[in-house]
Design a protein around this ligand. Structure first.
Ligand SMILES: Cc1cc2nc3c(=O)[nH]c(=O)nc-3n(C[C@H](O)[C@H](O)[C@H](O)COP(=O)(O)O)c2cc1C
Ligand SMILES: [Fe+2]
Ligand SMILES: [Fe+2]
Length: 388
């Protein structure tokens, strides 16, 4: 159970949705999703982001309770995506005096989502601007493309809290006990993997701030060991491997390529490589497969041929990697085909389109079932992959 208490004046008013199975229409949720929203009470009361439609009522109740009869003066919109912005209309209507805080792009996007007239309620901020609400001073930093173009983070100077928008978020409801790294990595590479450079720019800004606590829009509030999380984001956004090891991604129609991939796993382990993870792309969650490919230093792809092309689960996987700027890796390729193997060439073509990918030659070709020659080739591949 995450401890979401912040301080006397700053309250978490977010909610979890444990019924949701699919986030943004494509990410499987194992343990639901959480949406955070915050209230700062001071001379002026400030709400940081609204919430997803599905948890509107819980959020409104929490907000009213936290306001305790007072009214909000400002709503800071860090991100216009509906999982946080859905309730802007409801809130703006309920509190006609409340100003909306955003940057110019925020208001351009807001106009597409909401048809009410907010012209005299706009509070437009720019990089480094400070909103002084009494004891608390809120400073804004733009974080374009960490996840959408209008994203900005808010740094509260007095309590030294970074409200980091989608950054440092994770999948999963707040009351589940699960490893932060895995679901935060899957979330990170899922939603912002493509924008490593922009994440680096945000980290640079954050490095100039003295941060006591990170309050993201999803997942637990990070209070201790902040260096740990900042370091993970630094590694991920530089596309560096997090751990030495091999991820073997396999897509097999009848199971013979999978058999070879299992054999490959054994060979690598015999070579003394501890981290060898085999993924079955026909069954496993694709975002987890993508996350694993980024996590480990080496990748092996193994797939059946399909209609002079590539078996779709592998095609899908490689394109999801490409979309997320997969780079800086050594990759081994195993193909399988019964009459005219075509998978290897297809995998190579997609991989060669990526930056800084070294393909280990030769591509191993299995004709239906593994031969002794194939075994030798796989041992050679293991040597190639383990020796740097
Ligand atoms: C729809 C379909 C299309 C296929 N297309 C090809 C092909 O173009 N070339 C080829 O050599 N094998 C093709 N195959 C055969 C498989 O790729 C081949 O049997 C392979 O050994 C399967 O490996 P697996 O046991 O790991 O699935 C196709 C199979 C299916 C079901
Ligand atoms: Fe987002
Ligand atoms: Fe979000």
């Amino acid at each position: 159970m995450s401890d979401m208490t912040i301080s006397k004046d700053i309250m978490h008013i977010g909610a979890s949705d444990k019924e949701l199975n699919l986030f943004e229409g494509q990410y499987n949720l194992k343990n639901g999703m959480s949406y955070n929203s915050y209230l700062i009470k001071d001379d002026k009361n400030v709400i940081l982001d609204t919430i997803d439609e599905r948890v509107t009522n819980i959020w409104l109740e929490k907000l009213e309770k936290a306001l305790d009869g007072e009214k909000p003066d400002y709503l800071i919109i860090s991100h216009m995506e509906p999982d946080h912005a859905y309730n802007i209309g409801i809130l703006a209507e309920k509190y006609p005096e409340m100003k909306l805080v955003g940057n110019q792009i925020t208001f351009n996007i807001l106009a597409n989502f909401f048809k009410f007239d907010f012209s005299n309620r706009k509070f437009v901020v720019m990089e480094g601007d400070i909103l002084d609400i009494g004891k608390h001073k809120l400073q804004f930093f733009m974080a374009p493309m960490v996840h959408w173009p209008e994203v900005m983070v808010t740094y509260e100077q007095t309590e030294k809290i970074l409200f980091s928008a989608d950054g440092f978020g994770k999948f999963g409801a707040l009351d589940v006990e699960e490893n932060w790294d895995d679901e935060a990595r899957r979330y990170y590479f899922g939603i912002v993997g493509k924008y490593g450079m922009q994440v680096q720019a945000l980290l640079k800004k954050a490095s100039n701030l003295d941060i006591n606590m990170i309050c993201p829009l999803h997942g637990p509030i990070l209070k201790e060991n902040l260096e740990y999380y900042l370091n993970k984001y630094d590694i991920w956004s530089r596309y560096e491997p997090e751990e030495d090891g091999v991820y073997i991604a396999c897509s097999s129609i009848y199971g013979n390529t999978l058999k070879a991939a299992k054999k490959m796993t054994e060979i690598l382990k015999e070579k003394g490589i501890k981290n060898v993870v085999l993924g079955d792309l026909t069954k496993d969650d694709w975002a987890e497969a993508v996350s694993n490919a980024f996590k480990y230093s080496k990748l092996i792809v193994a797939s059946s041929s399909y209609n002079t092309g590539l078996f779709p689960p592998m095609d899908y996987f490689l394109h999801r990697l490409k979309e997320r700027n997969f780079q800086k890796r050594k990759v081994g390729i195993i193909e399988n085909g019964s009459w005219a193997p075509s998978a290897g060439k297809c995998m190579k073509n997609i991989l060669q389109d990526m930056k800084d990918i070294e393909i280990i030659e030769p591509v191993i070709t299995i004709k239906s079932t593994m031969t002794d020659d194939n075994l030798e080739q796989m041992k050679n591949l293991a040597d190639e992959i383990s020796f740097n």
